[in-house]
Write a protein that binds this ligand. Structure first.
Ligand code: FAD
Ligand code: NAI
Length: 476
């Protein structure tokens, strides 16, 4: 007889592993199946985020930022660095160690919470019967387990450009972009989105000449225009060549280099030769190999698993969370959905507020936001007030030596409720948390303006931007 579980989670990324832990906390017998293997063939749970996403990219962003600071910024502090060198192998090794610590941490958490982990590929066998759904686990051995509830959290894969297959040696997805053994002289990046900017920043800081080719005529269209404009200016100043409105033509992988033919926004044709090319043009949901047809699992027109607002699929007791369903492809969104689904299975009222999911782009300066942009408010016909405060006028930012950017508040013109907060500047990833809390509690800009913030701290810029909504900032 197959092993029986109350809940079987397929996928051990942030959506899946967190759903499994929460389900186990709620008293369900829980299994989590994940296919990711490390270079020794062992289990490496944590999904894209842990293995080739959030964690390794932030490790390299940190290392490359230290290198850049040692090369330029330290001198301003009176610190002289001589014989500065770069050991890329060691940098990548550090990143790999951090990834492994996270993989091992998840295996430990499974043990601690009594989640049964299966290392292998999970797929449906047949439609549910009274015992639940039969799931085949194909790993080193093959076995079948049964789950009354199934949570699908199979994530996403990098989207390829037609005619430019990823070989992860010359044409790279996020996977290869995180493991380039030697700093390329010339690096091409197709797509000026989150991955393009983060990975482009890493290799530029380490010495590559980086050219970013973006199809859209606007830079970071989803970001508040004023913030995107400021970020664009700063990235160009740092040396990123950002080309908007391009049309990519033929891409020829020559093995040791790659040629990209493209037309620029004025219609001129170009032939650019790069040592490496990162293609970061978005991601596609991963439903391959689930044997979805066997159970009649419905996908939407874009290939995502179709779910309602509660993450329920068309099948009774089958749920789906994270990158494989609609909504932003963010680890914390996947986690929140995982928790909410486990709680719904337990009859509780799990909830994810899509209006207060923060976004962060971990460039330098960082870009972070929550809620609506000024252009969205205009399009929605909402009357609003705006207040901004530049880090240039913040004492802590001056002491840090990082005065780029600003904090911007958008509040309802009548009620003063905060509708959006947008930051480009130092530690924006941490500063945005205050805005998320404020918006969750439906705070007004005045609420933030009247809260005591520590001095000197970057968070004073948040308070000052809230004061600026009422045109009474004190330090600018
Ligand atoms: P995934 O993390 O993709 O996990 C899915 C797991 O399921 C994988 O381990 C996969 O092997 C496994 N799987 C798939 N099919 C099966 C099957 N049939 N059987 C068994 N296992 C299966 N988000 C942020 O919020 N912050 C960031 O800083 C950030 N940085 C990123 C940087 C990069 C370079 C990339 C590519 C992404 C980044 N993201 C970031 C996005 C984030 O990684 C994803 O939103 C997140 O990983 C989605 O989680 P998930 O659980 O839905 O899927
Ligand atoms: P993206 O959606 O952020 O950006 C893709 C960019 O490629 C867009 O600007 C798009 O206009 C452009 N593009 C699409 N087709 C093109 C073409 N043919 N030629 C030129 N440009 C083209 O996608 P990206 O960067 O691949 O990242 C995928 C997702 O991963 C992100 O949307 C995000 O959800 C997640 N992620 C999150 C991070 C974070 O939270 N810090 C970091 C990295 C990724």
């Amino acid at each position: 007889m197959s092993k029986q579980f109350d809940v079987v989670v397929i996928g051990g990324g942030p959506g899946g592993y967190i759903a499994a832990i929460r389900a186990a906390q709620l008293g369900f017998s829980t299994a989590c199946i994940d296919a990711w293997s490390n270079d020794k063939g062992g289990p490496a749970p944590g999904g894209t985020c842990t293995n080739v996403g959030c964690i390794p990219s932030k490790a390299l962003l940190q290392s490359s930022e230290h290198y850049e600071h040692a090369g330029h910024a330290f001198a301003d502090h009176g610190i002289q660095v001589q014989g500065l060198g770069l050991d890329v192998a060691k940098m990548l090794g550090r990143k790999n160690t951090i990834v492994k610590q996270n993989n091992d941490g998840i295996l430990f958490l499974f043990k601690k919470n009594k989640v049964t982990f299966f290392h292998g590929h999970g797929s449906f066998v047949k439609a549910a019967d009274a015992a639940g759904y039969e799931i085949k686990v194909a790993g080193k051995t093959e076995e079948t387990i049964t789950g009354k509830h199934i949570i699908l959290a199979t994530g996403s894969n990098a989207r390829a450009l037609p005619g430019a297959a990823f070989d992860e040696a010359t044409i790279l997805s996020n996977d290869g972009a995180l493991s380039i053994a030697e700093v390329p002289k010339k690096l091409g990046v197709i797509g000026a989105g989150v991955i393009g900017l983060e990975m482009g920043s890493v290799w530029r800081r380490l010495g590559a000449e980086v050219t970013v080719l973006e199809a859209l005529p606007t830079f970071l269209g989803a970001v508040d225009e004023q913030i995107a404009k400021e970020a664009h200016k700063l990235f160009v100043k740092q040396g990123l060549s950002i080309n908007l409105g391009v049309k990519i033509g033929e891409i020829v992988n020559g093995g040791s280099d790659v040629t990209v033919n493209y037309t620029d926004d004025k219609g001129a044709e170009h032939k650019a030769v790069f040592d490496k090319l990162i293609i970061s043009i978005g991601r596609t949901p991963n439903t391959n190999g689930l044997n979805a047809e066997a159970v009649g699992l419905q996908l939407d027109e874009r290939g995502f698993i179709a779910v309602d607002g509660d993450c329920k699929t068309n099948l009774a007791n089958v749920w789906a969370v994270g990158d494989v369903v609609r909504g932003p492809m963010l680890a914390h969104k996947a986690e929140e959905e995982g928790v909410a689904v486990a709680e719904r299975i337990a009859g509780q009222h799990g909830h994810v507020n899509f209006n207060t999911i923060p976004w962060v782009i971990y460039t330098s300066p960082e870009i972070a936001w929550v809620g609506r942009t000024e252009q969205q408010l205009k399009a929605d016909g909402v009357a609003y007030k705006a207040g901004t405060f530049p880090f240039m006028a913040n004492g802590r930012a001056r002491a840090l030596g990082d005065t780029s950017g600003m904090v911007k508040f958008l509040a309802d013109a009548t009620t003063d409720e905060i509708l959006g907060v947008h930051i480009v500047g130092p530690m924006a990833s941490e500063l945005i948390a205050e805005a998320v809390v404020a918006m969750e509690f439906k705070a007004s800009a005045e609420d933030i303006a009247r809260i005591c913030h520590a001095h000197p701290s970057l968070s004073e810029a948040t308070k000052e931007a809230a004061l600026a909504v009422d045109k009474r900032s004190l330090n600018f």
